[in-house]
Ligand binder design. Structure first.
Ligand code: FMN
Length: 282
């Protein structure tokens, strides 16, 4: 399953053209209901398999590194980035010789007026801070197909997601980039699987960088594990080759570790594989 962000730099159609992989379209809830409806319609026409609404970004996180670098959409390097170009000539040349980054999913419906908008401004000005469960329930109904909520972190919210007809949830803290001090999604996993695992698919992301991390989540009852930074860093460093290498390393680790555990398939993974670390004596 390939997740495509509504802030992605390649269109759903272009990805679909080259890859038959099922697509999960990640979406934000905008103040402008007409924009929400239009983006959902475009996704429908593009043949998206799963609609996924992110619910942990009602406002932007305090992304200090983005503030320092002046990162925004569309990306316009600041003068201070010149030093980066000089220090990383191959990257700089690559940037200059490739097409400009754009946001096709969003650009098709709104014009940002040619101005650079920081991610935090996008979140605080365009997204609806007053999103309610009823709004999401209406969206689930309107979409009519597979629907998933991303960024759920508690058993109580997971139950409500099941109540309004979601087929899946992703336990996620947005890679720790939203709520400062939040728990790791992995630490919430067992509780949420126990609460709703028989009603919807519980998936998880955040900090998964090793085959054995994935095995632990599947053993606790996750149906799938999401990877973000794990492929983005190799993508930035070495493009497609980097991503392919990262995925093949992960696959090797998964297979090797499962062999060493005596597990023939994912169905053999369960809680009996895991032991909670005993509390340290005082
Ligand atoms: C550079 C970057 C951009 C992201 N963009 C989005 C996004 O547009 N929408 C979204 O729901 N999550 C976004 N995320 C969060 C990921 O979907 C995912 O939850 C997270 O990366 C998982 O944690 P990990 O990076 O530790 O694997 C982004 C993460 C990163 C690192």
């Amino acid at each position: 399953m390939f997740g495509v962000s509504s802030l992605g730099t390649v269109s759903l159609q272009e990805i679909r053209k080259d890859h038959a992989t099922p697509q999960c379209y990640q979406f934000y809830f905008h103040r402008d209901r007409g924009l929400n409806a239009a983006m959902m319609q475009s996704a429908r026409e593009a043949g998206v398999n799963v609609m996924m609404l992110t619910v942990d970004s009602i406002t932007g996180g305090n992304r200090e590194r983005d503030k320092r670098s002046g990162f925004g959409i569309p990306f316009r390097p600041k003068a201070s980035a010149l030093l980066d170009f000089v220090l990383k000539p191959a990257w700089g040349l690559n940037y200059l010789t490739h097409e400009r980054l754009s946001l096709p999913q969003l650009d098709a419906h709104v014009k940002l007026g040619g101005t650079t908008m920081s991610i935090s401004r996008y979140f605080s000005e365009m997204l609806d801070p007053d999103m309610r469960w009823e709004d999401v329930a209406a969206m689930v109904k309107d979409w009519g197909g597979h629907f998933c909520l991303k960024g759920v972190m508690s058993a109580a919210d997971a139950r409500r997601a099941a109540d309004i007809g979601c087929d899946g949830i992703i336990l996620s803290n947005h890679s720790g980039r939203q709520l400062d001090g939040t728990r790791a999604p992995f630490d919430q996993l067992a509780e949420v699987v126990d609460a709703v695992g028989d009603r919807l698919d519980v998936m998880v992301d955040g900090g998964f960088t090793r085959g054995n991390h994935v095995i632990k989540a599947l053993s606790l009852g996750a149906k799938a594990v999401g990877l973000g930074s794990y492929y983005l860093f190799p993508l930035a460093a070495a493009g497609q080759r980097g991503v392919e290498r990262a995925l093949s390393l992960l696959q090797d680790e998964l297979i090797r570790d499962m062999k060493l555990m005596g597990a023939r398939s994912v169905a053999d993974l369960g809680r009996s594989n895991l032991r909670a670390r005993a509390a340290l004596p005082k």
